[in-house]
Ligand binder design. Structure first.
Ligand code: LLP
Length: 433
């Protein structure tokens, strides 16, 4: 996305209606980002509550009166305030660890709206989830099925389960975020599903309630979903013939958003296509579950960062910024694109330099944007857009760098929802023998 070099009418960068420029200053809703940067410092993640709410409502509008449970894929952004925002909207949660379970319980989530995904659930995590009574486990292997059965039996409880099947469809996305292909570690091969359901029926402490899949992330076409749906419905037919009736069908998350010039997959488009197929195949009674993460929070957040040094070399122009791959790893890991928005639009002529925005971390992979035509100055504050999903949650302390602060904007008010990590925070738990 390019920034218009203009001070004319207020405008929003394309795809980000809740961020806008007014008189050359970037705002999140009614809050001026420069003021937040000044008071909180950088690097700092800023999220718009209205943008999250609007993304949530896009799903609700698409769902209408159908029986659909949206379980926010909280791995995308698990700050307690973000989770609380979703809880208040009525969302369920898709969790992948005991830590995520503890987070959602802390904000008062209803366990009956929690689905537990993930390939490596440990015994203590299974125990905790059974005790609180989650809606279901999305089971990813026969071994996991046996372990859940053992844990439930020992607790004299029943665990409700759904099998995550791997439908072997190509989600046409980055290989690192594709999960529905045979060579991926996720799910139970669809050819083995009937046998695994039959095994589940013989094991104590289990109640089979559903089928699940999640084929990948940042998907911008309906076709891969419909391919997966077709295979899952065929499996449901087979199960029915074998006396196994299911209550719900979970199609995972994965809807793509706009980073650069992608056309995002609108929930209305995808869901109406799915509803049509489900109705045609006679399964209107099946409860549907979705687990969107990125599409609910991705475009709702930016990462603010300050230019430290400009370095013009023969081969490249570098802007060395105070955010690095430890704060936002997506570019280093997936060559991901995040647009660069100056907080204060330059008043001068068009930019003449192509810059690589690089962080302070001692790795050549430490870059956040490459070859961007920008007019930059030292001490200038910038915002990297579409950083609301898989931003802070993937941050780490490499190079003993404290993780950034997080701020939630609500109209013209804003709150620090996580303070910047201090040196003391970072060494907590370390000791000298
Ligand atoms: N359900 C399951 C089982 C998942 O594994 C995921 C994401 C989701 C739901 C949510 O998917 P979403 O709607 O956000 O696409 N770190 C990568 C993305 C990894 C996605 C992992 N699984 C990135 O930054 O692009």
């Amino acid at each position: 996305m390019s920034v218009l070099n203009t001070l004319a009418q207020p405008f929003s960068p394309a795809g980000f209606p809740h961020f806008h420029y007014d008189q050359g200053q970037l705002f999140a809703e009614g809050s001026k980002l420069a003021e937040i940067a000044q008071q909180v410092g950088t690097p700092c993640y800023v999220y718009s509550k209205a943008a999250i709410t609007q993304a949530w409502q896009a799903y609700q509008a698409a769902i209408g009166t159908r029986r659909v449970l949206v379980c926010y894929g909280m791995k995308a952004n698990s700050n307690l305030s973000i989770l609380n925002t979703f809880r208040a909207l009525g969302s369920g949660f898709d969790i992948v660890s005991g830590g995520e379970l503890a987070r959602v319980l802390k904000v008062g989530a209803d366990p009956k709206k929690i689905v537990f995904s993930g390939v490596g659930k440990q015994t203590w995590e299974i125990e905790h989830a059974i005790k609180v009574g989650v809606k279901c486990f999305n089971v990813e292997s026969a071994s996991e099925l046996k372990r859940i059965s053992q844990v439930a039996s020992a607790l004299k409880a029943t665990a409700t389960i759904s099998l995550r099947v791997n439908p072997d469809v190509d989600a046409q996305t980055h290989p690192y975020i594709s999960t529905g292909l045979k060579e991926n570690k996720f799910g139970i091969a669809i050819e083995d599903a009937l046998q695994t359901y039959q095994l589940a029926a013989t094991l104590p402490g289990l109640q089979v309630v559903g089928v699940d899949c999640h084929i990948g992330s940042q998907i911008t076409e309906t076709a891969p979903y419909l391919d997966a749906l077709d295979k899952l419905l065929a499996l449901i037919d087979t199960l029915k013939e074998n006396g196994i009736a299911l209550k719900h069908l979970d199609l995972g998350g994965g809807l793509g958003i706009r980073y650069d010039d992608e056309t995002p997959l609108a929930p209305s488009l995808l869901l109406s296509a799915i509803f049509t197929v489900i109705d045609q195949r006679g399964y209107s009674d099946l409860e549907l579950v979705f687990e969107p993460g990125r599409s609910l929070v991705g475009n709702a957040g930016v990462l603010m960062t300050t230019v430290q040094y400009l370095k013009h070399t023969e081969a490249r122009n570098f802007a060395i910024i105070d955010a690095g791959m430890n704060d936002l790893i997506r570019p280093a890991l997936y060559q991901a694109w995040h647009g660069v928005l100056p907080l204060d639009l330059p008043k001068a002529e068009l930019a003449t330099h192509h810059y690589d925005l690089v962080g302070p971390v001692c790795e050549s992979a430490d870059w956040l944007a490459k070859q961007r035509l920008l007019d930059l100055q030292e001490d200038q504050v910038l915002a990297l857009d579409s950083a609301g999903a898989y931003g802070f949650v993937m941050a780490c302390n490499y190079n003993t760098r404290g993780r950034p602060a997080e701020v939630l904007v609500d109209g013209s008010t804003w709150h620090i929802i996580r303070t910047r990590e201090t040196f003391e925070d970072m060494i907590r738990g370390e000791s000298l023998p």
